[in-house]
Design a binder for this molecule. Structure first.
Ligand code: NAP
Length: 296
């Protein structure tokens, strides 16, 4: 039976619309949530991500600013800018688009961001809160995946989840979130040293692919009725596209869509969800900094 497609495009629209209420409450107090994105250099994928973030933020009425810096920017210059933006009350959410040029230490840059403005959820304080199950900004991609899993309506309690990928921004935080309340999943995290990936994925109720390589998860690797979430975004050459490339995920979508119960497309899946969670975090940050309720 064909799988149900969880459209990140549609779900992210719903989530953005739900932000109208807290944005209106902030407006009554004269507050407009502000998101500032710093982009160093001109990496094409980063430029595209930043453009999407800016568009989404503007569409729901956020004050969105992208500061574009040359690739020659020094680490000290970037840190000085972050210090200035940390102190700017109009900036509620602040993020630096990764990856950074090799001469800039990402860890030092992330550490410089005020955790109260860390809408990417990458600061060690945010990560620590996530591990402890405390308050703090959740990283946007894992948070978006959780929303997609909730959208299936399937009970996640006790579900066997296999995450393919153990990065700091996707695999690790997702594993930590899914094992905690309210999800209560049993989580296995796989990586390139995993001995038999297929044995793990075949036993899973939910497979989450975040490996960064096309075809990492094929139809033969999942059991019938599994939920498959594809986080991957890979550019593959495609002469039929004006850009010369197409975006594909980490799974063999067509085959999996015939076998799974739920699937997510690429593009139009996790990507728009990531951006929706970023604008949600920015509205949350504005609410927290002004003492206005995010939820009523
Ligand atoms: P990453 O830092 O490169 O990590 C990839 C992980 O996958 C690593 O842990 C690696 O294992 C593992 N891996 C790679 N090939 C594997 C294989 N054949 N079998 C098992 N494990 C394998 O990537 P990332 O930043 O997490 O991103 C993953 C993908 O998601 C990328 O395509 C990225 O573009 C995409 N992404 C999408 C969004 C979105 O909003 N849609 C956001 C973030 C990332 P080792 O640790 O052993 O090397």
């Amino acid at each position: 039976m064909a799988a149900t497609v969880i459209s990140g495009k549609l779900l992210s629209q719903e989530l953005r619309q739900a932000l109208a209420a807290p944005i209106a409450r902030l407006a009554v107090q004269g507050v407009r949530p502000g998101l500032t994105v710093i982009l160093v250099g001109e990496d094409p994928a980063s430029v595209s991500y930043v453009t999407g973030k800016e568009k989404d933020a503007r569409e729901i009425g956020l004050n969105s600013e992208t500061i574009r810096l040359p690739v020659s920017t020094s680490e000290e210059e970037l840190l000085a800018l972050i210090t200035r933006l940390n102190a700017d009350p109009a900036v509620h959410g602040l993020l630096v688009q990764l990856p950074l040029p090799p001469h800039i230490r990402s860890a030092r840059v992330i550490l410089a961001i005020d955790p109260a403005k860390d809408v990417d959820g990458f600061h060690p304080v945010s990560v620590g809160q996530l591990v402890l199950g405390g308050p703090g900004f959740l990283p946007c991609t894992p948070h978006g995946v959780l929303k997609m899993l909730q959208k299936t309506g399937v009970s996640l309690t006790g579900a066997e989840v296999v995450i393919v990928g153990r990065s700091n921004i996707v695999g690790k935080p997702l594993a930590l979130l899914l094992m905690q309340a309210p999800y209560h999943c049993t989580v296995t995290v796989c990586h390139t040293k995993t001995k038999n990936l297929k044995a793990h994925t075949l036993a899973a109720d939910i497979v989450i692919a975040a490996a960064g390589h096309p075809h990492t998860v094929t139809a033969e690797m999942i059991r019938p009725g599994a939920i498959v979430i594809d986080v991957g975004v890979n550019r593959v050459p495609d002469a039929s596209k004006a850009s010369g490339f197409a975006l594909v995920g980490d799974t063999d979508y067509a085959g999996i869509a015939e076998k799974a119960s739920f699937v997510t497309p690429v593009p139009g899946g996790v990507g728009p969800m990531t951006r929706a969670m970023l604008v949600e975090n920015t509205v949350r940050a504005a609410c927290l900094s002004t003492g206005i309720a995010f939820e009523e």
